[in-house]
Structures are given as structure tokens and as C-alpha cells.
Design a binder for this molecule. Structure first.
Ligand SMILES: Cc1cc2nc3c(=O)[nH]c(=O)nc-3n(C[C@H](O)[C@H](O)[C@H](O)COP(=O)(O)O)c2cc1C
Length: 197
């Protein structure tokens, strides 16, 4: 079974409604490590060696965060800047992450229909996530489409429950012997039929 590391970044987790529900499903899962960055590093002093060791011990990495200003909260960017070192994550001798799978799990205030060229956010979520995708590419990781809970401001409880169930199934799929290509053929992993059953 593949081991999954959830790198979680939410600067106001105590006020969270949506992510609080989503991360609840992780607690019941075996072989899943939930790693709350703001809890460990409230002052942004990241223990680089500890983070690299954690990464080495896992096969699937999830960057789980609310969408803040079309990207991640600042501590996740700091984590990327500090942890993905030259000649460790990339560069001539940097192959520590080669072949691992990585993806974003995000929540957005904006609904799906405002994230397009005609919508008021002008670009798709997938376009906004390109820096994460290319970071994964540079490090030799397989980047999967995001799992996104969108329109959080108006999200009803039953819809949120449905998303948490989907997230739980997604974790199961990611731990199985999945073929990356079959998961890459969609804009959002939410769209996978296997998550609806
Ligand atoms: C500082 C800040 C920036 C945000 N930026 C965006 C954004 O760029 N796009 C968007 O759709 N929602 C944005 N939001 C809304 C959050 O994504 C949304 O409130 C969050 O995903 C809800 O999850 P929670 O209940 O776990 O906090 C922003 C919220 C804050 C506080």
C-alpha cells in the first residue's frame, strides 16, 4: 500500500469550516500522515532535514490548502522554497522525489463557473496551479489534476458531506496500485467516476 503525506497549510484553521471537515476523514486512514504546517511552524522556521525525511518516507504527496490569492497560503510557498533544495529535489544529483506522485487538494471561495476566460477570475484553477505543476515536473514527480471543493461560501452541508466522502475515496484510490495516466485524463479528480460510486 502506498504511503500518503498530506502537507496541510491553513493559517486560520481554528475558523475553518470546509477544510476542518475534509481533514477529519484523514484521521481514520492507515498509511496517511497528516502534517499541519502552521501547527509545526507558526514562525516559519522550517526544519528542512525533517521535512525531507518525511518526503522520502512517502509515495504520494498532497498539498492541501485553501486557495488564497489564487495560490497557496504563504507557509506552503515557504515550505517549497526551503525544502525542495538543489541537488536534493532537482539538479544533477537531485532525485529524492523522482517518481513520487503529487497533487493539490484545494478549497476556493469562488465557484467553478467564475474560473474561466469569461468568468471574473479570467483563468481556470488548473492555470493558476501551473507553478505547482511545473515544480513537480522539475523534481521528476507525477503531477495529478487537483481535487477542488469550490464555491465554499455558499456550500450547503450535504454538498460538503459529499465532498468529504469523495476525498476519502480519493485517498483510497491514491493508496492503491493506480495508473497515473488514467487519473490524469480529467481537469479535476472530483470528476473521476470512481469517486461517485
Ligand atoms: C486571504 C484570503 C485569500 C483568499 N483568496 C481566494 C482566492 O484567490 N480565490 C478564491 O476562490 N477564494 C479565496 N479565498 C476564500 C477561501 O479560499 C475560502 O474562504 C476557503 O477555501 C474556505 O475554507 P475554510 O472554511 O476551510 O476556511 C480567500 C480567503 C482569504 C481569507
Amino acid at each position: 500500500m502506498k504511503k500518503t503525506l498530506v502537507i496541510f497549510a491553513h493559517p486560520k484553521f481554528e475558523k475553518s469550516r470546509v477544510n476542518a471537515q475534509l481533514v477529519n476523514v484523514l484521521k481514520t486512514k492507515n498509511h496517511v500522515t497528516f502534517h499541519d504546517l502552521y501547527e509545526h511552524y507558526p514562525h516559519f522556521h522550517i526544519d528542512v532535514k525533517k521535512e525531507q525525511t518525511l518526503l522520502e518516507q512517502h509515495d504520494v504527496i498532497i498539498w492541501h490548502h485553501p486557495f488564497y490569492w489564487y495560490s497557496s497560503p504563504a507557509l506552503l510557498k515557504q515550505w517549497i522554497d526551503m525544502v525542495l533544495e538543489f541537488n536534493w529535489a532537482y539538479g544533477p544529483e537531485g532525485n529524492a522525489l523522482q517518481g513520487k506522485t503529487v497533487m493539490n487538494v484545494i478549497t476556493t471561495g469562488g465557484s467553478r463557473d467564475v474560473y474561466c476566460s469569461e468568468g471574473y477570475n479570467s483563468f481556470t484553477v488548473n492555470q493558476f496551479l501551473r507553478p505547482f505543476e511545473q515544480t513537480a515536473n522539475l523534481c521528476g514527480m507525477k503531477y495529478l489534476p487537483p481535487f477542488a471543493v469550490m464555491g465554499t461560501h455558499k456550500l450547503q452541508d450535504d454538498a460538503l458531506k459529499n465532498y468529504t466522502q469523495q476525498y476519502e475515496k480519493l485517498i483510497d484510490v491514491l493508496q492503491s496500485d493506480f495508473v497515473t495516466e488514467t487519473l490524469s485524463n480529467c481537469l479535476f479528480l472530483n470528476d473521476l467516476p470512481i469517486l461517485s460510486h
